[in-house]
Write a protein that binds this ligand. Structure first.
Ligand code: GDP
Length: 480
């Protein structure tokens, strides 16, 4: 399902001429001061998005401007950064500093990384820290710098070595430090990733936040979207409410604020868009992800897509017995498929070749790539993945795969509540093919299993804004 709140940006056809300055800056999320040519997507993406249902709150805009100033003051190359690094090098432990940092470490695929990056940024907004990225070669040339006149990339001479090889539970992880009662350590590694066994779950407890407040350098290792869980923490809830009066808007707004594909990726995106999608009156994005724990035969998956489509009226229905008709829905429609495999594209394309769509709709089916396997260590592969996440983000309607962060990011960027295909757990085709999402927010697929003061306490408020995910009952997500 998609919807549009009138009065805010809705650029249904890519046309630079209809753009206004206000659209271009996404309701004030973006600043006008960047060099346009060095990152074309920053000021052009608004021409492609079909929906912008939420405007940023004045309070959020204030927090972003404050963040940008802090980042500039504390970033690599500044005296304050040099001071904080030399404090870290000295091994003297924590000491009150003007600038405190979150070093983000990449973990898992691109969707996971984008969601953990948004989460880390939210935590930085909540705790007045500065986010720096450990960006290995496979993560280069994907995103432009998001903050003006500065950088968010961690310099290679950062004194903690082997950042990519720290593993799930290094010596300086919060759990290990607590075990050794060594709480004045700097840096502290936080494993906030999906594996419960290694998760630093005490991070989510109020008194532990007081301890962590004193640490200058936190290394954040996570593949999850933890914002719903931050909302479940009493100390952050009010601030999150102020920044995001509409709970559903967090990843939508911050995704559009933080992520701007580099010119090479923007080239992939816009070439494809103008060659295949621009002419369509409606774009239907379909994202098909098969996890190792939920593989099913192609026929079964294809049937699940069709039965979901019948249930939720997603794909154009076809005439049987060779008839054609004209009718109300004669719009031209592009079906955009994102998948590692070509099978679903082949089947759908043949279907609309062999059969007319009801009402005379002209239907075309496209798939930009079919990479076969996930290859996160290859930059060119990640650039295609990012391109497809964005192309899905330009859809009018979305059908995504359950439990897939790739799909979650697309829906949030699009500003669309997707229909979600349920996962074939233990390879069993689900009885209900799909569900409609009640919110475009991503799911935190693995919230911590922890009971402590300050976490998940105000049951009434939480019940109103945090719910179990439609596609994963142990997960939680924000909604309004
Ligand atoms: P998730 O595993 O579905 O939660 O999503 P991630 O993005 O974290 O990891 C999946 C990775 O597999 C992606 O980042 C891509 O590298 C690759 N991948 C999965 N589906 C697609 C697809 O439809 N298109 C492309 N180009 N790559 C995909």
């Amino acid at each position: 399902m998609s919807f549009h709140i009138p009065g805010f940006t809705n650029a249904s056809h890519a046309s630079a001429t209809s753009a206004t300055k206000a659209d271009e800056l996404l309701g004030g999320l973006l600043l006008p001061s960047f060099d346009r040519n060095s990152c074309l997507s920053r000021y052009e993406s608004h021409q492609y998005y079909r929906f912008s249902p939420y405007a940023p709150s004045t309070y959020l805009l204030r927090k972003l401007r404050e963040y940008e100033a802090r980042h500039k003051k504390c970033a690599p190359g500044t005296p304050l950064y040099a001071k904080a690094v030399s404090q870290l090098r000295s091994g003297r432990g924590t000491e009150a500093m003007e600038c405190n940092y979150l070093v983000w470490l990449p973990y898992n695929g691109l969707g996971n990384r984008m969601l953990s990056l948004i989460s880390t940024f939210v935590y930085a907004l909540l705790t007045n820290r500065v986010v720096l990225l450990h960006s290995p070669a496979d993560f280069d040339d994907l995103f432009c710098e998001p903050f003006p006149d500065t950088t968010w990339v961690l310099p290679p001479d950062f004194p903690v070595e082997n950042l990519s090889q720290l593993g799930l539970s290094p010596d300086q992880s919060y759990r290990n430090l607590l075990d050794r009662k060594k709480m004045s350590n700097d840096p502290v590694f936080l494993n906030l990733g999906h594996e419960h066994k290694f998760m630093d779950k005490l991070f989510f407890c109020g008194d532990n936040q007081v301890v962590l407040d004193k640490v200058n350098w936190l290394l954040v290792f996570s593949d999850l979207y933890i914002v719903p869980t931050l909302y479940s923490m009493a100390r952050f809830r009010d601030e999150l409410r102020l920044m995001f009066p509409e709970k559903e808007s967090v990843a939508h707004l911050l995704g559009r604020y933080l992520f701007h594909p580099t010119n090479s990726v923007w080239g992939l995106i816009t070439r494809y868009y103008h060659s295949y999608l621009a002419q369509a009156e409606q774009i239907i994005g379909i994202q098909i992800r098969m996890f190792p724990f939920g593989t099913i035969p192609v026929d079964d998956m294809y049937n699940q897509i069709l039965s979901c489509s019948r249930q939720e009226h997603i794909l154009p229905t076809v005439e049987v017995n060779g008839t054609t008709s004209s009718g109300a829905d004669s719009k031209s429609k592009a079906i955009l498929i994102a998948s590692l495999y070509a099978d679903y594209y082949e089947r759908l394309r043949l279907t609309y070749y062999e059969h007319a769509a009801k009402g005379g709709a002209r239907v075309s089916v496209f798939q930009p790539s079919h990479e076969g396997v996930q290859a996160t260590e290859r930059r060119a592969h990640n650039q295609k993945a990012l391109s497809e996440i964005y192309l899905l983000g330009f859809s009018d309607a979305l059908l995504t795969s359950g439990m897939s962060t790739f799909g979650y990011v697309s829906s949030s960027l699009a500003g669309v509540r997707p229909t979600i295909l349920l996962t074939a757990h233990r390879h069993k085709v689900p009885a209900t093919p799909c569900v409609r999402a009640v919110s475009m927010e991503p799911c935190n697929l693995t919230p911590p299993r922890v009971r402590c003061t300050g976490y998940a306490e105000d049951k009434e408020d939480l019940a109103q804004h945090v719910k179990r995910c439609e596609d994963e009952p142990i997960g939680v997500k924000l909604f309004d």
